[in-house]
Write a protein that binds this ligand. Structure first.
Ligand SMILES: *[C@@H]1O[C@H](CO)[C@@H](O)[C@H](O)[C@H]1NC(C)=O
Length: 249
């Protein structure tokens, strides 16, 4: 047999073996480093993985990922003792599992990946406490917060470093960064304690008029928290799923 035919046989054999290993079905197939459209392949793979993990994946130690719970976030508007401060607790956000990856850019030489994600709608509920003066009104008190966010776009960047374990190649997460924007925000507060309906209406008008500003104010803390959560999530996957299970030469 000619050398070329032997190589072909080996490739087919390798493909058959690859089909029969368990992890590839999470990704819907492997991507080849030599594929000029490897990013399009990774886009399909990452979306299959997201779909696969939606309801939780016990073999990867991934629990059901709805809702996302954030313990605490706070914002401060204005300085001084009377500056307005609000702290949000027990934030429950749903809808993140409906996000899809719309674009992937990779540099496989340096193991860097950038994903763009889009989510049609995310809802959040939280308890909040505030202090200080807002709109010349003493706005100390607490209550319930609700937020509806439409058109959520996120960018996630991560970089890994390969290492060998038990004869397989794995990636170790070295860095992860994320950013996001929301096209349309509706939110409000209700069930205020130590308050009255006039103040509640004023507060709601204020926060809806300034929704994007308030989000911007909250963003650094929110980004840190979400990046932490996402890092832990990704570390778990990368530890369990060998890198050579999703990318081959
Ligand atoms: C995901 O989207 C579907 C269809 O729009 C919707 O019915 C479902 O409630 C969404 N899931 C979450 C967790 O928001």
């Amino acid at each position: 047999m000619e050398k070329f035919q032997i190589q072909m046989l080996l490739v087919i054999f390798a493909a058959v073996i690859a089909q029969s290993t368990s992890n590839t079905n999470m990704f819907g197939g492997r991507c080849s480093r030599r594929d000029p459209n490897v990013d399009a392949c990774l886009l399909r793979s990452f979306n299959s993985l997201m779909e696969y993990m939606k309801g939780g994946a016990p073999e990867l130690d991934i629990e059901e990922s709805e809702p996302i719970v954030i313990d605490e976030l706070s914002i401060a508007l204005g300085n001084g003792p009377d500056g307005y401060r609000a702290t949000f607790k027990d934030i429950h956000a749903t809808g993140a599992t409906n996000m899809t990856i719309t674009n992937v850019r990779s540099d496989l030489e340096t193991h860097q990946f950038q994903m763009t994600l889009f989510g049609p709608h995310i809802s959040a509920r939280a308890r909040y406490r505030s202090s200080g003066v807002l709109l010349l009104v003493r706005a100390s008190g607490g209550g319930d917060y609700w937020g509806e966010y439409d058109g959520v776009k996120a960018k996630v960047y991560f970089r890994g470093a390969p290492y060998t374990r038990g004869g397989r190649t794995y990636l170790q997460l070295r860095q992860l960064k994320l950013d996001f924007s929301v096209r349309d925000i509706q939110m409000g507060v209700e069930n205020l304690q130590n308050s009255n309906s006039v103040l509640q209406a004023a507060l709601n008008l204020f926060i809806n008029t300034n929704a994007q500003e308030l989000l911007k104010e909250m963003k650094p803390e929110l980004k840190r928290d979400l990046a932490d959560k996402m890092s832990r999530f990704l570390e778990r996957i990368l530890e369990k799923v060998p890198y050579d299970d999703w990318i081959v030469d």
